[in-house]
Design a binder for this molecule. Structure first.
Ligand code: DGY
Length: 338
């Protein structure tokens, strides 16, 4: 019997690679460089593929799936976000979509806490001064590098899924005083309460009526929703105009949810206190002269939310399992309902 072809757009780590290599019934075509897979390579090699394992940096669209052909059964995305996948192109062909929503929750929630602390306590700015040799000119004084603190804050979540709720679990011991959240159903209680927090927690945890309330009442605003046409630039100049002067905004979701020009402007005008970003529009093409990098109160890291060794190993293994399950028509570890 002819081997079925699978295309994999990265080299994988240990267990995941072994799982794949152990399948002598498959022809495995795998991108070999450390750099992101080239689109032309993907399109050329997709022809005749039954399954494709790809990254959030690989667009999975009509062109890719139609080039692959009718035998394509499964796309396994090495990510929780699936905004790089055109769902309709898969749905109309009954192609299944696997993803890795659960195994990265802790890693991203940890990074969210880091960004909150960095933004409030001016971590990037403070270290920058030390590295620039400026400490001798700025001896300790009572107001040196002061900023807001987590305790007694109202924390606002734009999107309140697994990552938001895991972040809240970590924030509770800091002594926050209230939580509001906005989902695609404003004013309604969140559908999945993954840790039972909305029922058991002593502080109020309530759905916001609209984005205006979320913007104006949050001291710490955490962006954790999916990128869709309705969330693109949801955080814009109007949003920042309503925010508190001492508020910080954190983005661990997708860059385009925040209008970067509006963020730069809000920081310039001191409409907000600071920002902590794991993602930004047009990443990774952020050159050293980008205006956001001139903002001392903005901490920007290069999309490392899930970058712990254990998490990336698990994402790789789950992606391969999803790919194989999709080929054999079995249940995936996690599948997107298209
Ligand atoms: C994802 O998997 O979508 C995350 O952005 C990775 O950190």
């Amino acid at each position: 019997m002819a081997k079925r072809k699978v295309v994999v757009t990265r080299q994988l780590i240990d267990e995941a690679q072994e799982l794949l290599d152990g399948r002598s019934d498959l022809e495995i075509v795998q991108w070999q460089s450390e750099k992101p897979c080239e689109r032309s390579w993907l399109i050329d090699n997709a022809k005749g593929a039954s399954g494709i394992l790809l990254m959030l940096t690989d667009k999975c669209d009509e062109e890719l799936v139609s080039t692959a052909g009718d035998q394509l059964k499964v796309i396994a995305s090495f990510s929780v976000g699936t905004d790089h996948v055109e769902r309709d192109a898969l749905k109309k062909r009954n192609i299944r979509l696997g993803y890795t929503p659960k195994c990265l929750t802790d890693a991203v929630a940890d990074l969210t806490i880091m960004l909150i602390l960095m933004a409030q306590r001016r971590g990037g700015e403070a270290m920058g001064k030390v590295l620039a040799g400026e400490w001798p000119q700025m001896p300790w004084h009572p107001l040196l590098m002061t900023g807001p603190q987590i305790s007694k804050s109202t924390v606002g979540f734009l999107g309140f899924g697994r990552i938001g709720q895991a972040t809240l679990k970590r924030l509770l011991p800091f002594g926050i005083s209230r939580v509001i959240y906005l989902t695609s159903k404003p004013g309604q209680p969140v559908k999945d309460d993954h840790y039972g927090l909305t029922k058991q927690t002593e502080i109020p945890i309530e759905p916001a009526k609209n984005w205006e309330q979320l913007a104006s009442e949050s001291d710490i605003l955490i962006v954790g929703c999916a990128l869709t046409p309705s969330t693109k630039h949801l955080v814009n100049a109007d949003f920042f105009a309503r925010m508190k002067k001492l508020a910080v905004i954190i983005n661990v979701a997708r860059g385009p949810i925040i209008d970067t020009n509006a963020l730069v402007d809000a920081l310039d005008k001191e409409q907000i206190f600071g920002a902590g970003l794991d993602v930004i529009e047009n990443e990774p093409n952020i050159q050293a002269d980008h205006p956001i990098l001139k903002q001392p109160r903005c901490v920007l890291v290069p999309h490392i939310g899930s970058a712990t060794i254990a998490t990336r190993e698990q994402m790789a293994t789950e992606s391969v399992k999803n790919l194989l399950a999709g080929l054999s028509g079995e249940a995936m570890v996690n599948e997107v309902e298209l």
